[in-house]
Design a protein. Structure first.
Length: 264
C-alpha cells in the first residue's frame, strides 16, 4: 500500500493510500476507446495497475497538505470504514486513519477537507466524525447534483454542524492553494492546485484515473457523466500545466506523484 510525500517550500504533501483493489469492470470496459499504444505506454509506466484477465487494479489515494505553520488540508476522503457507501464495490475498510497517523497528523487537526467530487470512493471518511473540526469544501454544482441516497447521510450532518462550505467555480482556499472547477467526470468535479515558487502540484481527483490517460488524454472513461466535457477539461488543464513546471498527484494509479508527460 503506497505512502509517500513531497516537500514544498512551506510544507509537505502526504500521499495517503486508503486501499487497493480491483475495479468492478475490466479495463477494456472502463476505457472502451483506448488505443493499443495507450495501453502499451500505460503498462510500461504502471504495470501494477494491470491485473489478471484484464482487471484494473486501483489505489485509492487521498492527500494531506500540511503547512509548516500547522494548517492542514485533506484532499478527498477515500473509501471509508466497513459500513461506508462504497462497501458495495471497494475494498473497505480503508486505512486512512493509520496513514494519517504515519504522517503524524491528528484527524482533529485537519482544518479543511476538499472533496473533488461525491463518488463513493472519495467521500468515505467524510460521512462520519473523523474530522470534527474541518470544513468540508465542494462545488455547489456537485452538491446540487447529488442523489438523495447520499444527500441525507453525507451533506445533512455537515450542514447541521455548520461544516459544509459550498463554492461556485474557482477560488483561492489558502494563499497558493487554488480550487479549480473541472467538470465532466461529474458536474461539480474540482481539482486542487498548489502553486509554489518551484512548481505547481495538481491534485487531480478523477480528472484522469488511469495512466493510459496520462499518455493519451483523449481516452474516455465509461463512468464520466459527460465524456466530451471531461475530455475537454482534461486536455485543457494538462496543456495549461505543460506551460511550466508541474507534477500530478493522482487518485488511482499505483504511484501517487507523476511528472507531466510530453504533450500529444
Amino acid at each position: 500500500m503506497s505512502f509517500g510525500w513531497r516537500k514544498f517550500p512551506g510544507g509537505t504533501v502526504y500521499a495517503l493510500c486508503d486501499g487497493v483493489g480491483p475495479f468492478f469492470r475490466t479495463r477494456d470496459e472502463a476505457f472502451p476507446d483506448a488505443p493499443a499504444q495507450a495501453w502499451a505506454a500505460a503498462d510500461r509506466y504502471d504495470p501494477a495497475a494491470a491485473g489478471a484477465a484484464g482487471q484494473w487494479i486501483l489505489h485509492f489515494h487521498c492527500y494531506a497538505i500540511r503547512f509548516d505553520d500547522g494548517r492542514t488540508v485533506l484532499v478527498d476522503a477515500g473509501i471509508g470504514p466497513a459500513d461506508a457507501p462504497s462497501k458495495a464495490w471497494a475494498p473497505v475498510p480503508g486505512r486512512l486513519p493509520e496513514q494519517l497517523a504515519r504522517a503524524g497528523i491528528e484527524p482533529a487537526s485537519v482544518d479543511a477537507v476538499v472533496l473533488t467530487h461525491l463518488h463513493t470512493d472519495h467521500i468515505g471518511w467524510a460521512a462520519g466524525a473523523l474530522f470534527p473540526n474541518a470544513r468540508h469544501v465542494l462545488q455547489r454544482a456537485e452538491a446540487d447534483a447529488l442523489g438523495e441516497p447520499l444527500a441525507a447521510p453525507l451533506l445533512d450532518p455537515l450542514r447541521a454542524a455548520d461544516r459544509l462550505q459550498l463554492v461556485d467555480g474557482d477560488m483561492t482556499l489558502l494563499p497558493g492553494l487554488q480550487l479549480r472547477h473541472a467538470p465532466g467526470h461529474t458536474p461539480g468535479h474540482q481539482v486542487v492546485l498548489l502553486h509554489t515558487r518551484d512548481e505547481t502540484l495538481a491534485l487531480t481527483g478523477d480528472l484522469l484515473v488511469h495512466a493510459a490517460q496520462l499518455f493519451d488524454p483523449a481516452v474516455t472513461y465509461l463512468f464520466d457523466d459527460d465524456p466530451d466535457a471531461a475530455r475537454a477539461t482534461r486536455i485543457a488543464l494538462l496543456d495549461e500545466l505543460r506551460g511550466g513546471a508541474a507534477v500530478l498527484a493522482t487518485a488511482h494509479p499505483t504511484e501517487p506523484f507523476h511528472p507531466l508527460p510530453a504533450g500529444h
